[in-house]
Design a protein around this ligand. Structure first.
Ligand code: ACO
Length: 428
């Protein structure tokens, strides 16, 4: 197969190199395109554009494959725990037992939050969305923990701090939003158990750690841990390319994740299912018809994906986890029945078949979170905690890249031709 493509433009032929990834994916290297031809490419939404070469995550949208550092996500969801998957993503290999123990100790050592940060929380209006609070608090971490000098050791400390403190910050914001006393992290608990304890323990009803719930949370976070160059990860890389500090880049990623077309979809799914239950008396067909109507902006939330044109492999695991958690906790959630019926009707519908629209990770994840007692407005925060290892791994890869360049796309200008400034008194 040819290792270049030919571009014929304005009577001249240019050769552009084709590069091949380790899974046989091919791309045209256009880094010298403008310099040699004067042309740029135009690709709204970057649907055809590779922004980097990466060794972290592989996904194949046609076959429904997702691997972190080569390991299938199905295996990680079955055998790994979130902290181990985090180590894998950030360091490139699975840790030895000793390395994992050391990593857990470091996470524990860094789990406390500067007490002054609590007063910060208190100042947010009660109705603030937790994603806005989280994004602000992560930026604020830099002021509370400024780096002395950028060394590898300092970066590792910053990474561990973020991984550990984000979980404390999220639980703390929930407690404060309810007007309850903050629960501190406990060194004897695992990462996931600690989070649940900080969220739900209170002096009246001490929280009982349930290993099935802890396992479900591990799976939830493992499935969210990375997804190559998605909207929020690309934001982290882009903001990071200006060489801002890690906290600022992650804070930008959190803001990007917030939207309902991206991470905010898990909250939007539950809102949609609740509406079907309460306003449409459980009639799913009405929503399917609305989603097909091009005059109606409504979309089936939790359906469709830019890359997956088949069932999202994470959604399969999430659906199984959802069934397992509800069964073990002996919970019957009417929203799960509606979700399953909606999925069945949509998957048989020609519009959804022709458009390759399948459930994505967000379709069932909200029901798992509800079963764990997480309030709906915290769902996207849960996604953010899970995605943090991926953001960090991608940020590290980009800043260590010898071919690093400031991200700065170009545009095709379609505005007015030059015109003169008109003084205000002469304007009509
Ligand atoms: N319901 C109805 N129609 C849909 C849906 C949907 N959920 N998703 C896509 N379509 C249709 C579009 O209307 C369009 O139809 P047309 O070609 O006839 O005009 C076609 O499918 C392609 O849609 P695009 O928006 O161009 O596809 P894109 O790849 O840009 O969008 C996205 C992907 C944003 C995820 C989209 O499928 C969507 O809005 N889904 C609902 C929100 C959602 O679940 N987001 C979470 C994604 S996973 C994640 O980020 C964690």
């Amino acid at each position: 197969m040819s290792d270049h493509v030919k571009l014929i433009y304005d009577g001249k032929t240019y050769e552009l190199p084709v590069i091949t990834g380790s899974e046989g994916e091919k791309g045209i290297d256009i880094s010298a395109l403008r310099q040699t031809t004067g042309l740029i490419t135009l690709d709204p939404g970057f649907a055809n554009t590779g922004s980097c070469v990466s060794t972290i995550t592989f996904m194949n949208g046609e076959k429904g494959i997702l691997r972190y550092r080569g390991i299938p996500v199905e295996q990680l969801a079955e055998y790994s725990i979130f902290t181990e998957t985090t180590y894998l993503l950030i360091n490139g290999v699975l840790p030895t037992r000793k390395q994992l123990n050391q990593f857990s100790i470091l996470l524990n050592d860094n789990s406390l939050i500067h007490e002054d940060m609590q007063s910060f929380f208190q100042s947010f209006p009660r109705a603030s969305h937790p994603m806005g609070i989280l994004s602000s608090m992560v930026t604020a971490l830099r002021s509370f923990y400024p780096e002395i000098k950028i060394t590898e050791e300092e970066i590792n400390l910053m990474v561990t701090r973020l991984l550990s403190k984000i979980r404390t910050l999220a639980a703390m914001s929930y407690k404060i939003s309810r007007g309850h006393k903050v629960v501190y992290p406990r060194p004897d608990l695992s990462y996931c158990a600690n989070f649940l304890n900080m969220m739900f323990d209170n002096p009246v009803k001490p929280y009982q750690i349930d290993e099935d719930q802890v396992r479900a949370l591990n799976i939830f976070w493992i499935l969210h841990a990375d997804h190559e160059q998605n909207c929020s990860t690309s934001t982290v890389r882009m903001v990071g390319s200006g060489r801002v500090n890690l906290y600022a880049a992650i804070s930008a990623g959190i803001a990007a994740l917030w939207g309902p077309l991206h991470g905010g979809a898990n909250q939007a799914v539950i809102e949609m299912l609740t509406k079907i239950k309460e306003e449409d008396s459980g009639n799913v067909a009405k929503s399917v018809e609305r989603a097909k109507d091009k005059n109606d902006p409504f979309r089936l939330m939790g359906f469709g994906h830019r890359v997956y044109k088949t069932y999202d492999p994470r959604a399969k695991i999430m659906k199984k986890t959802c069934d397992g958690v509800l069964e073990k906790l002996k919970i019957s959630d009417p929203l799960l029945d509606i979700a399953k019926e909606l999925e069945e009707v949509a998957l048989k519908d020609n519009y959804f078949i022709d458009h390759n629209l399948y459930p994505n990770i967000d379709f069932y994840s909200g029901i798992v979170l509800r079963a764990l007692g997480i309030p709906t407005n915290m769902f996207t925060v849960m996604f953010a905690i899970g995605r943090l290892p991926g953001w960090i791994a991608q940020w590290k890869e980009s800043v260590d890249d010898p071919n690093w360049r400031l991200s700065r796309p170009r545009q095709i200008y379609a505005g007015p031709a030059p015109i003169d400034y008109v003084p205000i008194e002469d304007r009509i």
